[in-house]
Design a protein around this ligand. Structure first.
Ligand code: VGL
Ligand code: ZN
Length: 210
């Protein structure tokens, strides 16, 4: 893998209360990633690399919430104008406690908090492109301007926001590594297995830990 250095960026994905036990869209064992994320962040920082946090950040009534579609249930798939969208329990609503980072996350060196999913009509799993697959978040440009060429991803959830972000990073031309030991999955209807196939096809390196 090579030593960590100034061109390496750690992207910690959605380590928020709603994705941890007790939260609205709790990922099994989700809080287990917190100490691992803290350790990684301190190591990247010590090596001169960067640390970015992503934060799922939905307005009330967001189109990815089952509650926004009369008669619909969470975890059902519906058709929106940009394609199929899984419906979720209401989660990570802007300004709520569920949207806050897990209180154990200790990453004061993070230089950027990238919020996503803030447009009412479009969800965003990836930290690079929203679910219409065309609207950019600006992260490609940030990485280019800062000189990051190798991106590492960890957090929640492995099969949704972590996987989509790592795949898009590879597509955008970065070396992309998914740190599976510091990530946890939702695993809805085979979503983890499907994500692993897509990650491999995209050229993402999967490692348990570094
Ligand atoms: C996520 C579903 C809905 C994630 C976010 O962070 O993986 N999953 N919103
Ligand atoms: Zn969300």
């Amino acid at each position: 893998m090579g030593r960590l250095g100034a061109s390496d960026l750690l992207v910690l994905v959605d380590i928020q209360n709603d994705f941890c036990p007790g939260g609205a869209l709790a990922v099994t064992d989700g809080d287990a990633v917190v100490p691992l994320a803290n350790d990684l962040a301190h190591r990247f920082h010590a090596a001169g690399g960067g640390v970015v946090l992503t934060q799922d950040w939905h307005p009330a009534g967001h189109s990815s919430f089952a509650d926004s579609h009369p008669g619909a249930s969470p975890f059902q798939t519906i058709r929106l104008d940009y394609g199929d969208q899984t419906l979720w329990p209401t989660h990570c609503v802007q300004g709520t406690r569920g949207a806050e980072f897990h209180p154990g996350l200790d990453v004061p060196m993070a230089a950027l908090i990238l919020r996503k999913g803030f447009r009412s009509g479009v969800d965003s799993y990836s930290a690079f492109f929203e679910n219409d697959r065309r609207t950019p978040t600006g992260l490609t440009g940030y990485c280019g301007d800062r000189g990051f060429t190798r991106l590492f991803f960890a957090g929640l959830a492995t099969d949704y926001c972590v996987a989509y972000s790592a795949e898009d990073a590879a597509r955008e031309g970065f070396a992309s590594v998914l740190l599976s030991g510091a990530s946890r999955a939702i695993d809805l209807n085979g979503s983890l297995a499907a994500a692993l196939v897509r990650l491999q096809a995209a050229g993402v390196t999967m490692v348990d830990a570094i």
